[in-house]
Design a protein around this ligand. Structure first.
Ligand code: C2E
Ligand code: CA
Ligand code: CA
Ligand code: CA
Length: 275
C-alpha cells in the first residue's frame, strides 16, 4: 500500500487484491470443474426467419460452481483467457457440442464460439479435425463463431488458421458483426460464410433511424457478398417483423428460444421419436 496516496489509493489497491484473489480462485475452480465434468453446455435455437423452423443451435457455456454459484461466461471467459485455461475450456466445449450434435437424429447445425486466444494457435485446425473425426459429426454441420477483434491481433496467422479450418469443410461465422474497428476490411480479407449482426443493433432497432439503416445495410451487404446473415438478440415481434421484411435469413433470440439444456429441445433434435 502506497503511503502518499491517501484513502483512495488504499481502497483502490485493496480492491485490486480482491480482484486478483477472485481471479485466482475462479481459475482454480474452473480447472476443477473441467476435471469433474461439471461445466455445462446450453443450446439456443437459430431459426429460419420466415418459417421459424430451427436450423441450428449455438452452444453456450454454463457454470454453476459449488462454492461460487452461477458464474456467467462474460465473467469467467475473460479470466480463462488471461490464464490460458481457455484452450482447455475451448477444447472441452467443442468436443462436448460435436458429440452432442452427432447423436441427434435430425442433422441440424451446431455453432461453437472460439476465443481470440484459440485463434492464435496454429494447431487449432488439427484439433478441430480430430474432434470432428472422433465425434463422427459431418464437418459441414459445424460452424465456428469468431469475432473481428479476435482476427485483427495477428491477421496473417488468424487467416492461415481460418482457411485451414475451412478446408475441413467446417463453416465460419463472424460474430458480433459491426462492433469491431474495421468490419468491412475484415469481411474482405477473411473467409467467412456467415454474418451475425450484433445484438446491440437489434436492441436499438425499433424507433432508431441509425440502427435501422445499419441493419439494412449489413443485410444487403451480406447478400451482395453471397453470405448468409443471422440477427441475434431478437426478443420482440416488431424486431422479428423488421428482419423478415428486410430479408434477414435467420434469427436467434429469446423470442425463439432461450439457451437451455438439450433435453428441453429433445423433440426438435429427435423428431418422430417417443423416448
Ligand atoms: P455471444 O457469443 O455473442 O452469445 C450471445 C449471448 O447473448 C449469450 O449470452 C446469449 O445467452 C445471449 N442472448 C441470446 N438471445 C438473447 C436475447 O434475445 N436477448 C439478450 N439480451 N441476450 C440474448 P451468454 O450465454 O451469457 O454468453 C455471453 C458471451 O460469452 C457469448 O457472447 C460469448 O462471447 C461468450 N461465450 C459463451 N460460451 C462460450 C464458449 O463456449 N466459448 C467462448 N470462447 N465464449 C463463450
Ligand atoms: Ca456467439
Ligand atoms: Ca454474438
Ligand atoms: Ca457478444
Amino acid at each position: 500500500v502506497k503511503q502518499s496516496g491517501g484513502n483512495d489509493t488504499v481502497f483502490y489497491s485493496s480492491e485490486m487484491d480482491e480482484e486478483y484473489r477472485f481471479k485466482r480462485q475462479l481459475s482454480s475452480n474452473l480447472r476443477q470443474a473441467m476435471e469433474n465434468d461439471t461445466l455445462e453446455v446450453h443450446y439456443q435455437p437459430q431459426c429460419h426467419a420466415d418459417s421459424h423452423e430451427i436450423m441450428a443451435f449455438e452452444a453456450l457455456l454454463r457454470w454453476n460452481d459449488p462454492q461460487m454459484g452461477n458464474i456467467p461466461p462474460s465473467r469467467f471467459i475473460p479470466v480463462a483467457e488471461e490464464t490460458g485455461l481457455i484452450n482447455q475450456v475451448g477444447e472441452w466445449v467443442l468436443r462436448k457440442a460435436c458429440q452432442e450434435a452427432a447423436s441427434w437424429r435430425k442433422p441440424l447445425g451446431i455453432g461453437v464460439n472460439l476465443s481470440a486466444v484459440q485463434l492464435q494457435d496454429l494447431e487449432l485446425p488439427n484439433l478441430v479435425r480430430r474432434i470432428v473425426e472422433q465425434s463422427g459429426l459431418e464437418p459441414k454441420r459445424l460452424e465456428l463463431e469468431v469475432t473481428e477483434t479476435a482476427l485483427i491481433h495477428n491477421p496473417a496467422r488468424s487467416m492461415k488458421i481460418l482457411s485451414d479450418i475451412k478446408k475441413l469443410g467446417v463453416r465460419i461465422a463472424m460474430d458480433d458483426f459491426g462492433t469491431g474497428y474495421s468490419s468491412l476490411a475484415t469481411l474482405q480479407n477473411f473467409p467467412v460464410d456467415r454474418i451475425k449482426i450484433d445484438q446491440s443493433f437489434i436492441a436499438k432497432l425499433i424507433g432508431n433511424d441509425q440502427a435501422v439503416a445499419i441493419v439494412r445495410a449489413v443485410i444487403n451487404l451480406s447478400h451482395d457478398l453471397n453470405l448468409s446473415v443471422i440477427a441475434e438478440g431478437v426478443e420482440t415481434d416488431d424486431q422479428a417483423r423488421f428482419l423478415t421484411d428486410n430479408d434477414c435469413n435467420e434469427v436467434q433470440g429469446y423470442k425463439y428460444g432461450y439457451p437451455r439444456p438439450i433435453n428441453e429441445y429433445w423433440h426438435v433434435v429427435h423428431p418422430n421419436s417417443n423416448d
